[in-house]
Design a protein around this ligand. Sequence first.
Ligand SMILES: [Zn+2]
Length: 266
Amino acid sequence: MKKNPFFTLIVLVCLLGFKTKAQQDTFKWPEGKTMAISLTWDDGRESQVKTGTPILDKYGYKATFYVLPDPVEKHLIDWKKTVSSGHEIANHSLTHPCSGNFPWTRSNALEDYTLASLENQLLEANTRIEKSLGVKMTEFAYPCGQSFVGRGTNTQSYVPLIAKNFKSGRTWLDEAPNDPSYCDLSQITGMEMDGKNFESIFSLIENARKSHSWLVLAGHDIGEGGPQTTQTAMLEQLLRYFKESGTDIWVAPVGEVSTYIEKSRN
Ligand SMILES: [Zn+2]
């Protein structure tokens, strides 16, 4: 029998509807919230503490900063202030190793690492930050979003290392938010907020709201323009939106949300 395309469409819509319903029934965000959002920035860049945290503090929202010890130690007073304002400090490695396919990191390429040498530098970063900021880092973001060491048949995933040493690991340039009832906390997705206006971010929020997901936004610098920069105008508008109309959204640092998810699953 030839299938009626309308029938197929109706079945698909029903299936999608049931999935969302099932997700809603099995996982509950705190205080009846519809979804969660975490604002995250990487690399411990100066603009995050000079430009970003004053804006976040003005609206009273807490973010997660995935840092490296070197840039933090260069602007220690600002980073200490960031900690005392209640923001989360998380691990982004010691030397930011990525694939040597990026010419700027060829002498520090993931292809040349072993799991042991990589683990050493992640733990060293923990020690350095604990010494400088008095913070124990429990969350991690993969530099360049890459999670392997070695090459070819000798390639190994370092996701298990992150699962062993951290509560969560965030990737980068992903296409979908996290399903709290299913996602692997060692590979939570991060969607880009650099260079985007409020309308683009708002459509990501609308999408995550429909599926009651956890949207983790990820950026680098915070300022007016330039590459890898979260626009201050977008950030102000987003935080105003949270205050005025986004009251069904739980806005919290990654560590808080991942702890909540872990507890809910247990
Ligand atoms: Zn980075």
